[in-house]
Design a binder for this molecule. Structure first.
Ligand code: BYC
Length: 498
C-alpha cells in the first residue's frame, strides 16, 4: 500500500453495493440503519453509550482525552467520499453504526445453505455459534485500545500520535458495529454480551480478553507498528471471512469495517518501513555496513535490523495463534453453516464452496517430525485462512527489504517457519526454530534470545521511547512520512496538546 493511497477517502469496492441509505450524521448515534424507526433498539444503544464513554475515559488513550486531534470520521458509505477530517476531542468522536450498502439478491456463498437467500435475521439453529463469532470479533476491538493506551506519552511525532488515536477511535467504532449486531439481533443475551465487552480487560488475570494476542502488552511504538502490521492483518483476514457470512447484517458490517482497517495496516507497514529507513540512513552516514554491529548501530539512536526481525518474529507467531487450531471442528461448522467463509469466498474459482469431498494439506508433527497430511478441507478451514494470511503478510515485508537493499545492507526480514513459537494448534507445545527445525528444550533455550526480543532489546527500545511532540519533528529512530495525512504539509500540528 503506498502512502499516497491512504490519503484517499474514496471507499473501495468492498463497501459498494446496490443501494445506499442516507447516513444520519445528526442523530445521537450516527447511523445508516434507520435506528430512529426502532425505538427499543435505539433506547438499548443509548443506554450502552454512557457505559462505553466511561470505558473510553478509563481505558482509552491516557493523558490525551482533552487534546484536539486531527481525525477522520466516517460520515457515509458513498464511494465518492465516506469520511471527513477535522479536529476532535476523542471522547466527542462521533462513533456511528455504518453498514455497507445492501446487495439486492445476495445469496449465502458457502456451506450447506449455499445459494439460498442471505439471512436478514439470525438463523435459529446457528444462533449461539453466530453470537460467539460476533462476541470474539467484538472483544478484540476494545482490547487493542486498552493495549495501546499508554503510547501517546512516548509518540515519536504528532503525526504518529494522530495515527495511533485514529486507529484507537476506529477500533472503538468497530466495537460499536459488533454491539449493534448483538443488541439488535440477540435480545437479552446480546445486551449482556455487549455489557461484558466493556468489562473484560486486556491482560487482567481474572477477566481477560478472549484471545491470547489481545492480552499481550503493547509497551512501545515498535510493538504498536508490528501489531498494526501483523495483528490488524488478522483483523483484515477475519473480517474478510466474516464479510462472506450468510448472515447479511454481519457481512455488511464487516465490509464497511474493512474500509477503515486499510489505514491501520498502512500505519503498521509505513511505521516499520520508516524505522528501517532511519536505521539504514544512519548506518550509511556512520559508514557501518554490518547489520550485526549492534553496539555501534544502537549508539546512533536507531533500531538495529536483527532486533526488528526478533520483534517481527514475536508478533507474527502470536498473531498466527489467532487463527485457532489448524484442524478445527468449530472452523468446519462456521463454514458449513454459512456463517463464515474463506478469504475471498464468493470469488474463489475451482471448487463447489461446500467442500464435502475436498482435502487440504496441513503440516503436523508426528513422532518428532513434520508430516504433510491431506485433511478433509472442512476441518482445515482455519489452516487455509492462516496460509492465506501468511501469504498476505509478505507484500509489506518485501517492500521493507527493498529499502534495506537500496542502502546495500546485507540483511533481509523474513517470516519465521509457521510452527515457530506457537501456543495454539498443531505446533503448540513443540520447540521449533524460525528456520523450521524441531528442537529439544536445551537448543531452544540456547537460541531463544536470538529469535525473540530479549531483555536487553526491550531495555534498549525503552531508551528510545522519548516523546517528540513538536510539529514537524521526528524521533531519531523513525524517518518522517513521505506524505501527510489528507495531504497536510510537514509542519502540520496533528494533535493540539495544551
Ligand atoms: N487464544 O477450534 P479452535 C481483529 C479458543 S483480529 C485464546 O482452535 P476456532 C483486530 C477458541 O475460542 C480478528 N483462545 O478455533 C486486530 C475456542 O474456544 P471455545 C478477530 C483461542 O474456534 C487488531 C477453542 O480455543 N476476529 O479484528 O475455530 C486490532 C478452540 O478453538 C485462541 C476473529 O477472530 C487464541 N489465540 O477459531 C483490533 C473472528 N484460538 O469457543 C482488532 C471471529 C482459539 O471453545 N472468531 N481459541 O471456548 C473466530 O472466527 C474464531 O473464534 C477463531 C477461533 C478464529 C478466533
Amino acid at each position: 500500500m503506498s502512502e499516497a493511497q491512504d490519503t484517499l477517502t474514496e471507499a473501495p469496492e468492498s463497501v459498494r453495493g446496490d443501494s445506499f441509505v442516507e447516513v444520519r450524521t445528526d442523530a445521537s448515534i450516527p447511523n445508516n440503519v434507520d435506528l430512529e424507526s426502532d425505538k427499543q433498539l435505539q433506547r438499548a444503544l443509548e443506554s450502552w453509550h454512557p457505559k462505553y464513554l466511561e470505558w473510553w475515559r478509563e481505558m482509552g488513550p491516557e493523558g490525551f482525552q482533552d487534546a484536539e486531534v486531527y481525525l477522520r470520521t466516517a460520515v457515509g458509505v458513498d464511494p465518492t467520499g465516506w469520511a471527513k477530517f477535522g479536529f476532535v476531542k476523542m471522547p466527542e468522536y462521533r462513533w456511528g453504526i455504518l453498514l455497507a450498502p445492501k446487495v439486492e439478491g445476495r445469496t449465502i456463498p458457502c456451506g450447506r445453505h449455499k445459494g439460498e437467500p442471505a439471512w436478514q435475521e439470525v438463523p435459529g439453529e446457528y444462533r449461539s455459534l453466530l453470537r460467539r463469532l460476533i462476541v470474539v470479533q467484538g472483544d478484540t476491538e476494545p482490547a487493542s485500545v486498552e493495549q495501546q493506551r499508554y503510547l501517546g506519552a512516548t509518540a515519536p511525532s504528532l503525526y504518529d500520535m494522530r495515527n495511533l488515536f485514529q486507529v484507537n477511535v476506529e477500533e472503538g467504532r468497530h466495537l460499536w458495529a459488533m454491539v449493534y449486531l448483538l443488541v439488535k439481533y440477540f435480545g437479552k443475551d446480546g445486551r449482556d454480551e455487549a455489557q461484558a465487552l466493556l468489562e473484560r480487560r486486556s491482560g487482567q488475570a481474572d477477566n481477560p480478553r478472549i484471545l491470547g494476542a489481545f492480552n499481550e502488552r503493547t509497551p512501545d511504538w515498535l510493538s504498536f507498528f508490528m501489531f498494526t502490521y501483523f495483528t490488524d492483518r488478522d483483523g483484515k483476514m477475519q473480517l474478510a471471512a466474516l464479510a462472506e457470512s450468510g448472515f447479511d447484517p454481519l457481512s455488511r458490517s464487516c465490509r464497511f469495517m474493512l474500509t477503515e482497517e486499510a489505514h491501520h495496516l498502512f500505519v503498521g507497514e509505513t511505521g516499520v518501513g520508516r524505522t528501517i529507513e532511519a536505521t539504514c540512513a544512519a548506518m550509511k552516514k556512520a559508514g557501518i555496513s554490518d547489520p550485526f554491529d549492534t553496539e555501534r548501530i544502537r549508539a546512533l539512536g536507531v533500531v538495529d535490523l536483527p532486533l526488528l526481525q526478533r520483534k517481527a518474529n514475536f508478533h507474527m507467531s502470536v498473531t498466527r495463534d489467532l487463527f485457532g487450531s489448524e484442524i478445527s471442528s468449530n472452523g468446519a461448522e462456521a463454514f458449513s453453516s454459512g456463517l463464515k467463509g474463506r478469504f475471498n469466498e464468493a470469488n474463489l474459482a475451482g471448487d463447489d464452496h461446500q467442500l464435502q469431498d475436498a482435502f487440504y494439506k496441513v503440516t503436523r508433527v508426528v513422532d518428532g517430525r513434520f508430516v504433510d497430511e491431506q485433511v478433509p478441507a472442512l476441518r482445515a478451514i482455519n489452516c487455509r485462512l492462516l496460509d492465506d494470511y501468511i501469504a498476505d503478510c509478505q507484500g509489506g515485508i518485501d517492500r521493507w527489504n527493498k529499502t534495506i537493499e537500496k542502502y546495500g545492507i546485507d540483511f533481509r526480514i523474513t517470516q519465521p517457519y509457521k510452527g515457530f513459537n506457537r501456543r495454539i494448534g498443531e505446533f503448540a507445545g513443540q520447540r521449533i526454530s524460525p528456520d523450521g527445525r524441531l528442537l529439544g528444550e536445551a537448543e531452544w533455550n540456547a537460541g531463544r534470545d536470538q529469535w525473540l526480543p530479549n531483555d536487553a532489546d526491550m531495555a534498549f527500545i525503552n531508551t528510545l521511547m522519548k516523546p517528540c511532540h513538536q510539529a514537524g519533528q521526528y524521533a531519531s529512530w523513525i524517518a518522517p512520512p513521505r506524505v501527510g495525512i489528507n495531504q497536510q504539509t510537514g509542519e502540520f500540528e496533528y494533535v493540539k496538546i495544551d
